[in-house]
Ligand binder design. Structure first.
Ligand code: HEM
Length: 556
């Protein structure tokens, strides 16, 4: 009896909902096409937990470059065309620049902790300005050479043991961004730990409440997801406070290395009151810089890993890349200053990102007002996804889109070719960094990190599939087995990274030694993270363990 009543009530609710939805639609406007779903749950049952972006892309082939589906009562709009994404997210940015609420982090739109997840609020506007200001100041100083120093360390570790490439890449990305944010690599160890927890918290296929949104109503005392997130958040907060405290103390003692936080604190110390007032409070800057560190630690490893995958499958492109580097630099390892002369290396960087988008489903926007596009109705409150995987597979722009082909950026017969080659290709304005007012603010870091690591690896190693020692047969490497969270990375695969000559091994060792942070006068005091180490134990890695393999002692 009760069940029947509930069923009747649910059906009645559905009918009423449908009626009001139809009432809202302006005369003549049609609903977007899309797969029809089951009542209430929509299409949640046939979204695969792995590589969901491939399924969303398949639907775009049936329903077109913009379609919609419902999941637990929310309208989700999927866009697989760069042109449509620009039409809506850029040209109509006034109403398409909000962010949806994340069920497992329900205050994401308002809390001010994570700029990239904030709604279109005043806090977001002021944080975005501060982020721009800090990035700009550091970009003018070539990111203080931190990416180069860390790249040199990374190459040496890769040379020691390429099978641990995941570890070396994560160390590279987190240490580089840590130095950029706080002038020291020490926090990287804890940052990795807190950041990967956050990725689970916010990913649509991560914590369960993001899949079944009604679970967000489970009280904190009995919700395992809320407990986990609040412990993670508390640790992150402690880390960010300690990092800012370290920079402030170093600045007071006149030994602070360049960093985003140092730039902020120096502005705060300006004698000009207007300058002091412009960038807001220290707590705000702590969060903005914290988010920049999180973004850097989470994302950049993806294309570095995909580069290794591409080199295993496309040895001919590795050879061409090595020919460019060897020909132009006559044996030297690529440096950031060489970028104008190495268009193929820049093309490889861009093609890796196109071939295997690091954020394949995009970071969703939310629409604030009802809208009509080409006769289709898009309701206020809908979640709008620029499906980066689909956008990079548009055959009219990317012929033979499944193939890894850096040539498409530097050969005039392709639609993506652009001159002058001293400047193009580059990552600025690339669809893979989002649209409109919410575009990624970290492109200068991505560009430099990827140019140096990919160029460095091509200079140093022949990367290739392993061979079975008994049979001589190649050991297969997967083609597209990626992790399912918001930032997708290839599953571990075996490969050889064979140094291209004994001289290069010697050179890598020299570069490693030269890149170690040189303690100068008053500079040999680094941040003390012993309390974090004591609390987290083997949940965090130890740089000195990693470096002991090379017999060169501690590196942090
Ligand atoms: C391969 C690396 C990266 C990729 C593929 C990437 C991609 C993206 C994408 C797709 C968005 C969402 C854009 C939109 O909503 O339309 C975004 C936002 C953002 N990214 Fe990145 N990103 C990368 C690295 C970084 C780094 C290193 C930083 C460090 C500063 C960063 C900072 C940000 C910020 C602050 C936002 C939020 C902007 C906003 O919501 O207003 N990203 N990124």
């Amino acid at each position: 009896m009760v069940v029947s009543l509930l069923l009747v009530a649910a059906v009645a609710l559905l009918v009423v909902q449908r009626y009001f939805k139809r009432q809202r639609r302006p005369p003549g406007a049609r609903p977007l096409p899309g797969p029809r779903g089951l009542p209430f749950i929509g299409r949640v049952h046939d979204i695969p937990s792995k590589e969901s972006w491939v399924k969303f892309y398949e639907w775009s082939k049936t329903y077109g470059p913009i379609y919609q589906m419902e999941i637990f009562g929310t309208v989700h709009v999927w866009i697989s065309s760069e042109e449509v994404a620009h039409d809506l997210l850029s040209k109509r940015a006034t109403i398409y620049s909000d962010r949806p609420m994340i069920p497992n982090l329900p205050d994401n739109r308002t809390s001010g902790d994570y700029l990239a997840l904030l709604g279109r609020t005043d806090t977001w506007k002021s944080q975005r300005k501060l982020c721009n200001h800090l990035m700009h100041a550091s970009t003018l100083a070539s990111l203080h050479s931190y990416p180069t120093l860390e790249r040199d360390r990374f190459l040496y570790l890769m040379c020691q043991d390429p099978s641990r490439y995941l570890e070396w890449i994560e160390q590279f990305t987190s240490r580089t961004v840590s130095r950029l944010c706080w002038g020291t690599a020490r926090p990287a160890q804890v940052l990795r730990h807190t950041t990967f927890g956050l990725l689970e918290t916010i990913s649509p296929s991560g914590a369960l409440p993001n899949v079944m949104s009604f679970l967000r109503h489970v009280p904190a005392a009995i919700s395992p997801w809320k407990k986990k997130e609040s412990a993670r958040h508390a640790l992150e907060d402690r880390l960010f406070h300690a990092n800012v405290g370290f920079v402030a103390q170093s600045l007071a003692e006149n030994r602070a290395r360049p960093s985003f936080i140092r730039t902020f604190l120096e502005t705060k110390n300006s004698p000009d009151e207007r300058v002091r007032a412009r960038w807001g409070e220290q707590a705000e800057a702590m969060h903005v810089v914290g988010l920049m560190a999180i973004a850097g630690a989470l994302t950049i490893g993806s294309p570095i890993q995909s580069f290794l995958l591409a080199m295993c499958h496309y040895p001919e492109w590795q050879r061409k890349l090595q020919d460019e580097i060897d020909g132009v630099l006559e044996g030297r390892c690529p440096q950031w200053e060489d970028r104008e002369e190495l268009p193929l290396l820049r093309a490889v960087v861009k093609e890796v990102i196109r071939w295997r988008p690091p954020v394949p489903t995009g970071i969703p926007h939310a629409i604030e007002k009802d809208d009509v596009y080409n006769g289709y109705f898009i309701p206020a409150g809908a979640t709008i996804h620029a499906l980066e995987w689909g956008i990079t597979r548009d055959e009219s722009r990317y012929p033979d889109a499944e193939a890894f082909n850096p040539g498409r950026w530097i050969d005039p017969s392709f639609p993506t070719y652009r001159e002058p080659l001293t400047q193009y290709p580059n990552l600025s304005g690339f669809s893979q960094f989002g649209f409109g007012r919410r575009t990624c603010q970290g492109v200068p870091i991505v560009e430099q990190d990827l140019f140096l690591t990919m160029g460095g690896m091509a200079w140093a190693f022949d990367i290739r599939k392993k061979r079975d020692p008994a049979t001589g047969a190649e050991i297969p490497v997967h083609w597209n087995d990626y992790t399912p969270l918001l930032i997708a990375k290839p599953a571990w695969f075996p490969f050889d990274a064979v140094p291209r000559s004994p001289e290069k091994v010697g050179r890598m060792r020299e570069m490693y030694v030269a890149a170690r942070e040189q303690p100068g006068a008053g500079q040999n005091v680094d941040m003390d993270i012993s309390q974090f180490r004591a609390d987290l134990g083997d949940q965090i890695y130890f740089d000195d363990v990693a470096d002991a393999g090379g017999g060169l002692g501690s590196h942090n």
